[in-house]
Design a binder for this molecule. Structure first.
Ligand code: UFG
Length: 337
């Protein structure tokens, strides 16, 4: 039987970690990526097909050529701030990308889709409780809107055309492969952990903390940081989970524990042996005070248990990568710097 899995965005951060987990489980990942943000150096466990995510014909051919039985769709744009200024890019890439993947799956008769979704689908939580999949979905930026639209398109295709799909709503993906084969290298980097590490290791790199007056215990924003290798494992498990009559299910992926920006800075200081300098800035538009997952559905349905249970181990893995990384900014973007 076929063990081929098409991984769109497989040269990116979560995609490359998932390719490693797939290969370790006996699947054969085939990466589909245009390398606009991904890294050729991160494609280590199977072939690379270069292509645009909106190119239905190319996707269909990649699925047929490699005899795939499932697709994991990561390819997309991920910056909340950018989505506010360039909603056109987000609706085009993220929504038309899903449409092309679904049409290609129909043509190539591929039955299972795992979709990269996000906590941004929930918008600002109504209270301090961890978010469950039954909470209301009210995105507050075009990024979240485009991801929720993708989920809804997928659910409709499942109902009408007999595909089956799992949407995995990540909270804060963080950390790096324990063996350092692949890692995190966004350009420009906007995520807290790599920026704080950079500031700790290089005093010329500025870190701004976005607000200290949130209604939380220490006044800083709280997020649920979940290790990328744990996220990768959830994708592998989701490929074979039995789905109910609707053929579609959404699941949160987080540790179910929140850490404040200052707790992250403390963990970075401990891992680096030096405190990152930072300045205090205003709140960033669209940052809810607290985003924490209720991950029990994924744990029960997938048999998923995050191996990284504490923030320090997650941050330690990111620091190890920063010290010995195999690649930095994508070649296509280095010249822009
Ligand atoms: N932060 C700073 N300074 C920075 C960067 C971040 O203080 O320079 C703070 C943010 O305000 C936030 C926390 O650090 O409180 C984490 O910020 P990140 O940018 O690392 O991550 P986000 O929580 O904003 O975003 C993540 C994903 C998005 C997703 C979002 C909600 O990167 O793709 O979670 O699910 F949309």
């Amino acid at each position: 039987t076929s063990c081929g899995i098409l991984v769109t965005g497989g040269a990116g951060y979560i995609g490359s970690h998932t390719c490693k987990a797939l290969a370790q489980t006996g699947y054969a990942p085939v990466v589909y990526d245009d390398l606009s943000n991904g890294h050729e150096e991160a494609v280590l466990w199977g072939p690379l097909v270069r292509g645009d995510i909106r190119d239905t014909a190319r996707l269909t051919k990649a699925m047929a050529d490699h005899d795939v039985f499932g697709v994991i769709h990561f390819a997309g744009l991920i910056e909340v701030g950018q989505s506010v200024h360039r909603p056109d890019l987000y609706w085009d890439c993220n929504v038309n990308g899903v449409a092309a993947v679904l049409e290609a799956m129909r043509s190539a008769e591929v039955g299972r889709l795992i979709f990269s979704s996000t906590a941004a689908c929930y918008g600002t939580p109504p209270n301090d409780s961890p978010l469950s999949e039954d909470d209301s979905l009210n995105p507050i930026n075009p990024y979240g809107d485009s991801k929720l639209a993708g989920e809804r398109m997928i659910a409709a295709y499942c109902a009408a055309f007999g595909l089956t799909a799992v949407a995995l709503r990540y909270f804060n993906a963080s950390g790096v492969d324990a063996e350092g084969q692949v890692g995190e290298a966004h350009y420009p980097e906007t995520h807290l952990i790599p920026l704080a590490i950079e500031a700790a290791l290089d005093a010329t790199q500025p870190l701004t903390v976005f607000g200290d007056d949130f209604p939380t215990d220490d006044g800083f924003c709280i997020r649920d940081y979940v290790h990328v290798t744990d996220l990768a494992q959830a994708h592998v498990l989701a490929l074979e989970v039995e789905l109910g009559a609707s053929g579609f299910e959404a699941m949160n992926l987080g540790r179910g524990r929140g850490s404040s920006v200052m707790e992250v800075i403390d963990a970075v200081a401990k891992a680096c042996g030096r405190r990152p300098a930072y300045s205090l800035g205003p709140r960033r538009a669209g940052d809810p005070p607290m985003l924490v997952a209720e991950p029990s559905r994924a744990m029960a349905r997938l048999g998923w248990t995050p191996a990284f249970t504490d923030l320090q181990a997650i941050v330690d893995s990111a620091v190890a990568w920063r010290r010995h990384r195999r690649f930095g900014a994508p070649a296509s973007l280095k010249s822009v710097a």
